[in-house]
Each structure stands twice: as structure tokens, then as C-alpha cells.
Design a protein around this ligand. Structure first.
Ligand SMILES: O=C(O)CCC(=O)C(=O)O
Length: 183
């Protein structure tokens, strides 16, 4: 999550150090329908107090991903389309993802399987449509780590009192401070 290659990319992209606001480890494909993180991610570490337009993610392959273990599905170029929010569908997640998939396809933006080798990382724009593959019947693992980053002013603290802003070299994340060992 704090790999120098990824942080250097985000520091250049944001023109300031990135703040890491959410980390999601996956053992298998999420099998989630096509969605945009920008419309969804409200991390408890920062709540709504971040520049949502700046949201981006690094998807890191912890093992090879292909059709057999339900690789990630991406819709290249989909971040350029203005999308309807989930609220437009009365927060019906199933209807929202179905509509997003149809909308992108009808605009010539088709899903692609993202084939990855262990240690590959894919950085996606927060509004890029993506999904967890679900076509294969295989129950095999597809371990990955998804880390969300954003542009957040240095003074912004977490709304959660237990989480403190931590510094790693020139970059930021939120975590519980280490407790002193008693006894
Ligand atoms: O890896 C996957 O299956 C999908 C992950 C995903 O959609 C997400 O974390 O937003």
C-alpha cells in the first residue's frame, strides 16, 4: 500500500503527497457487478471529507489472475463518461450496476479481462468501471489488495477518534496508534 513506485506516481498525479484511505484485501474475486468507486467509497477513516474527484485505486495482484480464477474486469475509458449515481436507482445496487454495464457498452466501451501476474499493479481512476469476474466455475483463490488513495489536505484529521494521521516518508495514511505494551 505504501510501495514507492505507487506513491511516486500519486505524488506526481496529485502534485502533493497522496493519502491512503482504505485497504481491501481479497482472497477471491469479489464477483461484484460493474461499479465506479468514486460513487461508492466513503471510507470510515475520512468520511465524506475528501476530494471525491481525486479518488483512485491501486489493484495489486498477490497471485496470477486469469479467467480461471475470475480475474478483474475493467472497462477501459469508462472514467470519461458521466454516470448516474446509485441514488438515481433508489439505492438499488443490482439495478445500478446493470445500468452502468449497459450504458458503457452502448457507448462503445466494452469490458475486458485484466490478466495479471503476481506483483503486477493496476492503477485506476476512481470513476473507471470495474467488476470482479464471475464466469468461471472454479473455486480457486485470486488474492489481491485494493488500496484507495485521494488528495486530502494535510490538516484533515479522521472523524474516527481512534484513528490518527500517520506519516510514511512523504505520504499519509490513517491507523490506530500502537498501544504501549503493559505487563
Ligand atoms: O478484485 C475484485 O474482484 C474487485 C475489487 C473491486 O471492485 C473494488 O475493490 O472496488
Amino acid at each position: 500500500m505504501l510501495h514507492s513506485a505507487i506513491l511516486e506516481f500519486f505524488t506526481a498525479y496529485y502534485e502533493m503527497p497522496p493519502t491512503e484511505i482504505q485497504t481491501l484485501p481479497y482472497k477471491c474475486s469479489s464477483q461484484q457487478g460493474a461499479h465506479s468507486d468514486m460513487h461508492l467509497v466513503s471510507s470510515p477513516t475520512v468520511g465524506a471529507r475528501y476530494s471525491r474527484e481525486s479518488l483512485a485505486a491501486a489493484w495489486c495482484a498477490c497471485e496470477r489472475a486469469n479467467e480461471e480464477n475470475r480475474a478483474l474486469i475493467i472497462y477501459p475509458g469508462s472514467h470519461r463518461f458521466l454516470k448516474k449515481p446509485l441514488s438515481h436507482f433508489d439505492n438499488n445496487y443490482g439495478n445500478w450496476v446493470e445500468d452502468l454495464d449497459k450504458f458503457c457498452r452502448s457507448n462503445g466501451c466494452h469490458p475486458e479481462v485484466f490478466l495479471a501476474e503476481k506483483r503486477n499493479a493496476l492503477i485506476w481512476h476512481g470513476d473507471l468501471l470495474h467488476a470482479g469476474g464471475k464466469t468461471s466455475k472454479s473455486g480457486s483463490t485470486r488474492k489481491s489488495l485494493v488500496v484507495h488513495y485521494c488528495r486530502l489536505v494535510e490538516e484533515a484529521e479522521s472523524p474516527s477518534p481512534s484513528l490518527k494521521r500517520m506519516k510514511h516518508k512523504n505520504d499519509w495514511y490513517f491507523a490506530q496508534p500502537a498501544q504501549p505494551v503493559v505487563g
